[in-house]
Design a protein around this ligand. Sequence first.
Ligand code: SF4
Ligand code: SF4
Length: 164
Amino acid sequence: MVLKVDYQSLTDRRPNADICLKCGVCCVANDFFCHAQFDTQFDPKNTFVYNCLEPDKPEENPNIWLCVSCHKCEEACPYDVSPVEYIEATKKKAFDKGNSHAGIIGEVDAIISTGFAFPITSSTVRTRDRLGLEPFQPDAEDLKVIAKKTGLSDKLEEIKEGSQ
Ligand code: SF4
Ligand code: SF4
């Protein structure tokens, strides 16, 4: 068995992700396809996971944001590498360095502001009304407190200011 991934200290301990054999099984095995593998830039010789683990500074690789954390690769890997844990740790490192994808920043901002990951438009309101559903009641007060206490809201503001 290859070394078990240490989620907490992964990116500091293994900056080059040498834990992975780069066999490609996690991306191309039947019934465990990684959806990102279907992007035209990846093929069985240069899989999505390989692309995420291979760079010297993986947190600067924009492709890490293609991962939706479905954990299929973790189930498929025969060596307990769990690439998704590495990719998630890499995303955190990217976020801490202000390197996040703009879409992710917008999504986090929306969740903290409204409690929803998507904008509530007038079309949303009309569609819910037409379907006889209860109107949305945005309530993110608890989320705002959590984001403040964990430092997330300050970090978000710092990133947004840095991108202006
Ligand atoms: S994560 Fe596992 S299955 Fe995927 S390429 Fe590395 S060793 Fe192979
Ligand atoms: S967790 Fe990420 S890398 Fe793994 S199969 Fe899902 S999308 Fe692909």
